[in-house]
Design a protein around this ligand. Sequence first.
Ligand code: SAM
Ligand code: SF4
Length: 326
Amino acid sequence: MKDNYGREIDYLRISITDRCNLRCRYCMPDGIDLIPIKDILTYEEILETAEAAASLGIRTIKITGGEPLVRRGCPGLIRALKQISGIDTVTLTTNGVYLKDYLGELLDAGLDAVNVSLDTCDPQKFHEITGFDRLPAVMEGISAAIEAGIRTKINTVLIRGFNEDGWKELTLLAKDRPLDVRFIEMMPIGEGRAYAVVSNEEMQSRIEESFGKGTPETGRHGYGPAVYIRLQGFQGCIGFISAIHQKFCASCNRIRLTSEGRLKGCLCYGSSDDLRKILRSGRTDRAELLKNAIADSIRNKPEAHCFENMEAVRDAEQHRMIAIGG
Ligand code: SAM
Ligand code: SF4
């Protein structure tokens, strides 16, 4: 369905856990409070919500977290989501550590595409960013996914003066394989507030200085706001998700369900609708109530984010990315 600004909302991100096996410094540093398990939506509750959302025109679902593959039964959830009438596409965002282990089950469940978050190709830097020496497992996961033929993308967040110097190695991952590499500007959410953004405009200039001017890609690469270029001699494309420096809100097509059942119209604001309350109300007309709440949320989706001026916003999002799902 359309929101009040005429945007067709057909994409739902679902965070299935706030737990993670890594501790990326800008996302989930050590020692933060986790959501009590009883407050996290069960798979049945997620499916009930997805069915109501599908009846309103949601067609694509992205499973995220926390790390979705640390929650037992994630492939089974994907299988069940794929069976919902109206849902065409289910994709996954993962840190890649368990990707190889679960790939067979994920493919069997019907997963359509996978995004792997990777901020460096340097093992020591990987440890500094994530707190663990799991780069080889992530690289194996990426290779296994490509070999299996599933659409695979890398998501990279660069931090000024920390891992920004690794952009060339990250770009080169797209050279000899059909793998898109996307640079995502750091957003001032949770721990991300403490880090300086590397603008994608700057990244694109550096990349084109080294590899030659890219050709803009107009074909569809996914369901989101990334802008892509193709570099000569590269099999994959380079994408830019410029949340801070190029507002893409006019074409935003998504809503977000947090792991505790809050439905958010925009990443930037704290406002949300409490679907868990409806899901646990015991009411027999829950399906209708859910549908109405989701429709309200879509209608009232904010016109645009305000990341460029978060201090001025009274209702800025205070939760961490780990609780929202990115
Ligand atoms: N664990 C999975 C992963 O790492 O892909 C899924 C959840 S993670 C929260 C989803 C994405 O959000 C990751 O690509 C991560 O780099 C990104 N992310 C986390 N905090 C961010 C921030 N402040 N700004 C931009 N991206 C962020
Ligand atoms: Fe975990 Fe993903 Fe956050 Fe890293 S970015 S701490 S892998 S949820």
